[in-house]
Design a protein. Structure first.
Length: 170
């Protein structure tokens, strides 16, 4: 078991995140994530904006190596990746817990994400935190799903976590 800590990512951490994403992409079968898409990563400017806004977390080992990250983007969309060599050690859960605590503390009503319908580890993680699969996604998320499918990603679904005490109008 690897010792790690979760913290807000520093500007210096941002350059390590693309390597984490590319490594995590190797976990998906080719029918879900075609080989030609495995090098695609979140645009550095989006990560830099999330870092500047305090919406980017890194999991690091004792030497400061980035083992995984979680990011919240526009409309509360969550992205999360962990290096495969450090999977099944609670890092993804710890990162998602940091995001959920952040959203709850800021009275954000909802977090969203898209994921593969058939990839059980992701589904189990998100459901553990209360995310539910959406039958009909909000327009911005439906557009993201259409883009993902058009790019060649297999069977994507939208998920949502609603914080009951943070609902708008309460």
């Amino acid at each position: 078991m690897t010792d790690y800590r979760i913290e807000l990512a520093s500007i210096e951490d941002v350059e390590a995140l693309a390597a984490v994403e590319r490594a995590a992409a190797t976990l998906f079968p080719e029918r879900l994530l075609p080989l030609h898409l495995r090098g695609e990563t979140v645009a550095p400017e989006k990560l830099m904006a999330a870092q500047a806004a305090g919406m980017l977390w890194a999991a690091k080992d004792g030497d400061g190596k980035v083992l995984g990250f979680a990011c919240v983007a526009m409309h509360g969309q969550v992205a999360l990746d962990v290096l495969p060599a450090y999977g099944k050690q609670g890092i993804g859960s710890a990162l998602l817990a940091a995001v959920v605590a952040w959203g709850n503390a800021r009275a954000i009503p909802t977090l969203y994400l898209t994921t593969f319908l058939e990839f059980a580890p992701s589904q189990a993680l998100y459901r553990k935190f209360g995310f539910v699969t959406l039958g009909a996604a909000p327009d911005f998320l439906a557009a993201a799903l259409r883009q993902e499918i058009a790019a060649g990603l297999g069977e994507r679904v939208a998920m949502r976590l609603t914080f009951p005490r943070n609902k708008v109008g309460k």
